[in-house]
Design a protein around this ligand. Structure first.
Ligand SMILES: [Zn+2]
Length: 210
């Protein structure tokens, strides 16, 4: 499931907004914004908007769980995906096969198999079927893990907000945060150097007194 499934930007939006102390009023505003940006897609037809699919409490629980699974990498950089894999495997999702006309999912991926039947062209697919909001979000994270995009979803090195940059190497959500981080580092390095120079002066002073 490539980009026809939920974008990682949606996860950053979800993780940054659905905080543990979110009020029902904030949830209402979030719902409006979610409808506008068609948050988390595809969904079953009976849920025209993602926020109709789950309650605020369910959203908070899900948000905590996802943040925890993704946050695992900070403690275990050598196997940062382990916790996510655990959750994915415990879902025991059913596999679904389908075959839709070319263009149904947007542009076919490079190397995508295309079935030609007379004048018609189809794209065959196999994927884990998501029947709940939680499953959809995890299936999407699993897809991002499989196609190598998941590392783009991370917290900013300065403001700690979730961000989903185009590049895996991106460490900050914006150039403002990058500049702030570097300025802060320079400042603390400056302080450090000043402290070291002061300590050196004190030592020299002591030596000259002796
Ligand atoms: Zn930031």
């Amino acid at each position: 499931m490539p980009d026809d499934f939920t974008q990682l930007d949606d996860f950053a939006f979800f993780l940054n907004n659905v905080t543990p102390d979110m009020t029902p009023e904030q949830w209402q505003n979030f719902s409006k914004a979610a409808r506008k940006r068609k948050l988390f897609f595809p969904r079953p037809f009976k849920f025209p908007s993602f926020t109709e699919w789950l309650t605020l409490d369910e959203a908070k629980t899900l948000r905590t769980e996802i943040a925890r699974d993704l946050g695992h990498r900070d403690k275990n950089p050598q196997r940062w995906f382990a916790r996510l894999l655990g959750t994915l495997n415990r879902l025991e999702l059913k596999t679904k096969y389908d075959c839709n006309p070319v263009g149904f999912y947007g542009k076919p991926r490079p190397g995508q198999v295309i079935l030609k039947v007379g004048k018609n062209q189809f794209v065959p697919r196999v994927y884990p079927e998501a029947t709940t909001a939680r499953e959809l979000l995890y299936v999407t994270l699993g897809a991002a893990l499989m196609d190598g995009r998941l590392e783009r979803l991370k917290t900013c090195g300065f403001c700690k907000q979730w961000t989903a940059g185009k590049k895996t190497s991106k460490k900050f959500c914006s150039t403002v945060c990058k500049d702030n981080f570097n300025n802060q580092r320079r400042l603390s390095e400056g302080d450090h150097n000043k402290r070291r120079a002061a300590a050196r002066r004190r030592r020299l002073l002591r030596v000259s007194k002796d």
